[in-house]
Design a protein around this ligand. Structure first.
Ligand code: APR
Length: 232
């Protein structure tokens, strides 16, 4: 049965109240990427970076999944084939909306990582500068989030899914950051149908077979209902 692979970006969490990056007033209008989302920025000013992620962790803990997150969970439960959700988001709203086995290619706010020994654990709500690693006890704790210049996680698994996808959907992502921005081409090379679901056509919109415009909380439930109504 058809496998559906879905890539989501910040736009799917926008209506839950989390800022996107490149929209008007987005995170990259308020902060400089090189200061808060690079290993060099962390080395230069760990307090600024820990503060940036502490604020996002607190904000993410206070919001709810919206109808789009819940609709994708419904699709996973109701679709006869596999439905794989790959997200660039570091919030946990897909899981809160009932989705399973979500692949977080940019890591998660909920995770902490020791840059010395590689140990991972659940991050405290507020991570302090020099927080000791519970395993090696060195003061080398960092958010388990993929920064610019670092390799995204689970790429082999993601490419395997794209190579066997029958349908690929990109939801709420501007398609400006690689490697995620090229997933549509991987899926097309595998013969998949491709659809972009966004508030507005992105720069890459013409690369999709179809695109659906509107707010994710309205377009995604409708898209899922249409899929589930298909005779299997
Ligand atoms: N419904 C649907 N789409 C929306 C909505 C909405 N309510 N609100 C915004 N969008 C769309 C915007 O039109 C835009 O195309 O969501 C997209 C958000 O784009 P970005 O802010 O660039 O976020 P994203 O694509 O997830 O960024 C990718 O860049 O900075 C890095 O690591 C960061 O994971 C992030 C990556």
């Amino acid at each position: 049965m058809e496998k559906i692979v879905i890539l989501t970006g910040a736009g799917i969490s926008a209506e839950s109240g989390l800022s996107t990056f490149r929209d008007e007033g987005g995170l990259w209008a308020q902060h400089r990427i090189e200061e808060v989302a690079t290993p060099e920025g962390f080395a230069r000013n760990p307090a600024l970076v820990q503060g940036f992620y502490n604020a996002r962790r607190t904000q993410a803990a206070g919001v709810e999944p919206n109808a789009a997150h819940k609709a994708l969970a419904r699709l996973q439960r109701g679709w006869p084939g596999e439905v794989v959700i790959v997200t660039q988001n570091v919030d946990s709203l897909h899981e809160a909306g009932g989705a399973r086995n979500v692949i977080h290619m940019h890591g998660t706010l909920a995770g902490a990582l020791c840059s010395a020994c590689g140990h991972r654990w659940i991050a405290p709500p507020e991570m302090a500068v020099g927080e000791p690693c519970p395993s090696c006890n060195r003061p080398t704790a960092r958010p388990d989030v993929v920064w610019f210049g670092e390799m995204p996680y689970h790429m082999d698994e993601i490419y395997d899914h794209l190579a066997s996808a029958s349908l690929f959907a990109a939801i709420g992502t501007s398609g400006q950051v690689y490697p995620a921005a090229a997933f549509v081409h991987e899926a097309q090379a595998a013969g998949a149908q491709t659809v972009e679901i966004n508030l507005e056509p992105t720069l890459g919109a013409t690369g999709f077979d179809t695109y659906i415009l509107g707010k994710a909380s309205e377009t995604v439930p409708h898209w899922v209902e249409q899929l589930l109504a298909r005779p299997s």
